[in-house]
Design a protein around this ligand. Structure first.
Ligand code: GFB
Length: 316
C-alpha cells in the first residue's frame, strides 16, 4: 500500500460538485490538511496545457477525480456531444498529467451506467462490455469506460497506481435541483416541495414509474472513497452501491411521505424510462470491509432539509 500521510497534498478535482464536495468534507474530517482545489474558472480541465501546467506547478501526491460532466436522463440524452467530449477530455488530461507528475495514488470515479442495458442483476464488475449499452446515456458511459480502461492501461504499462470505483445513482446535499437536467431524486424533491407549496392536486413523474434504481447517499460514497484510498491498490474496478433498489414509483411515494405531500402521481410516458434496472453487486466491496450506512429514507430527509435551507439554485 502506498504510504500517504495526513499532510500529503491531495488534489480533489471537481470539489464544488455533489461528489467532490462530499469528498472534501470526508477527508477534512479525517484530518487530511493539504487538500488542493481549483474552481472551473481557475482551471479548465478540458484544456490540456492548463492541466499539465497546474500539475507541474502544484505537484500533488494523490488525486481524487470527482470532476465530470454529469446530468440526468434528459441531459445525457439531449447533449451527447457535450457529454462524450467533456468527459473524455477532462479525464484524459487529468489522468495523464497525474501520471507524468508522479502522483502515487489516483482514484477514478465512473458510474453504474457503464454496464450493458440488460445485464443480469445484481450487476457484477465482470459484466462490463458483455452487451449493448442503454442508448440514453451511452455517450457518457463510453467516456467512463474509456477512463477506467485508461487507468488500467497506465497501471499495466507504467505502474501508475490508479483505482477505479463505479458508484450507483447518487444523491445528497449540493446536488443539482434543476428540473430539466438533474437526476430523478433531486427533481422529485423540488417538484413535490413546490407542488405542496402551491397546493397542486398532482405531480408529474417522467416515464412509467416501473424502472428500478439503486440510490447511495453521497456521504456514503465519500466514506467508501476514503476507505479505498487508504486500503485498496489494485487494477480491478469496484462497484459502490447500497445493495437494494426501488421502483421510481416507490421513490416518488417515499419523497412524498418525507415532504408530507398528499397529491396524486401522474406518469408522463412521453419521457424515457432509460435502463429497466441497474442494481450493483457489491460483494467485492463488502469483502474488503466496507459497507454504507445512510438509509434512503434518512438520506432523503437530510437532503430535503438541505434543499429547504439552500434553495433550488444553490450548489456547494
Ligand atoms: O436519475 P435519472 O435521470 O437517471 O432517471 P438514470 C432515473 C429514472 O427516473 C428514469 C425517471 O426512469 C426517469 O425517467 N424520472 C422520473 C425522472 N421523473 C424524473 C425527473 O423529474 N427527472 C429525472 N431526471 N428522471 C442516469 C444517466 O441515468 O444515471 C447518467 O443518464 C448517470 O449517465 C446517472 O449514469 C447515474 O438512472 O436513468
Amino acid at each position: 500500500m502506498v504510504a500517504l500521510s495526513s499532510s500529503s497534498k491531495i488534489y480533489v478535482a471537481g470539489h464544488r460538485g455533489l461528489v467532490g464536495s462530499a469528498v472534501v468534507r470526508a477527508f477534512l474530517l479525517k484530518g487530511y490538511q493539504s487538500l488542493l482545489v481549483r474552481t472551473h474558472d481557475e482551471l479548465d480541465l478540458t484544456n490540456q496545457a492548463a492541466v499539465h501546467g497546474f500539475f507541474n506547478k502544484e505537484r500533488p501526491e494523490a488525486v481524487i477525480m470527482a470532476a465530470a460532466r454529469v446530468g440526468g436522463i434528459h441531459a445525457n440524452n439531449s447533449r451527447p456531444a457535450l457529454f462524450i467530449r467533456d468527459n473524455l477530455l477532462i479525464q484524459d488530461n487529468v489522468i495523464d498529467a497525474a501520471y507524468r507528475c508522479g502522483v502515487t495514488k489516483f482514484v477514478f470515479l465512473g458510474s453504474s451506467c457503464i454496464y450493458p442495458k440488460l445485464a443480469p442483476q445484481p450487476i457484477k464488475e465482470d459484466y462490463l462490455l458483455t452487451g449493448p449499452l442503454e442508448p440514453t446515456n451511452e455517450w457518457y458511459a463510453i467516456a467512463k469506460i474509456a477512463g477506467l480502461k485508461m487507468c488500467q492501461a497506465y497501471r499495466r504499462e507504467y505502474g501508475f497506481n490508479a483505482i477505479s470505483l463505479m458508484p450507483t445513482n447518487l444523491y445528497g446535499p449540493g446536488d443539482n435541483f434543476d428540473l430539466q437536467h438533474s437526476h430523478v431524486l433531486p427533481a422529485l424533491i423540488r417538484r413535490i416541495h413546490e407542488a405542496k407549496i402551491r397546493g397542486d392536486a398532482r405531480i408529474k413523474v417522467w416515464g412509467t414509474g416501473t424502472p428500478r434504481r439503486e440510490f447511495l447517499h453521497v456521504d456514503d460514497l465519500a466514506d467508501a472513497i476514503l476507505y479505498l484510498f487508504q486500503n485498496y491498490d489494485a487494477e480491478q474496478m469496484l462497484n459502490v452501491g447500497w445493495g437494494e433498489d426501488v421502483t421510481i414509483r416507490e421513490l416518488a411515494e417515499l419523497v412524498m411521505s418525507v415532504i408530507d405531500y398528499r397529491g396524486d402521481l401522474e406518469f408522463d410516458t412521453t419521457k424515457p424510462d432509460g435502463t429497466p434496472r441497474k442494481l450493483l453487486d457489491v460483494t467485492r466491496l463488502k469483502g474488503l470491509g466496507w459497507k454504507p450506512r445512510i438509509s434512503l429514507e434518512t438520506g432523503i430527509q437530510q437532503t430535503y432539509a438541505w434543499f429547504k435551507e439552500h434553495g433550488a439554485l444553490a450548489r456547494l
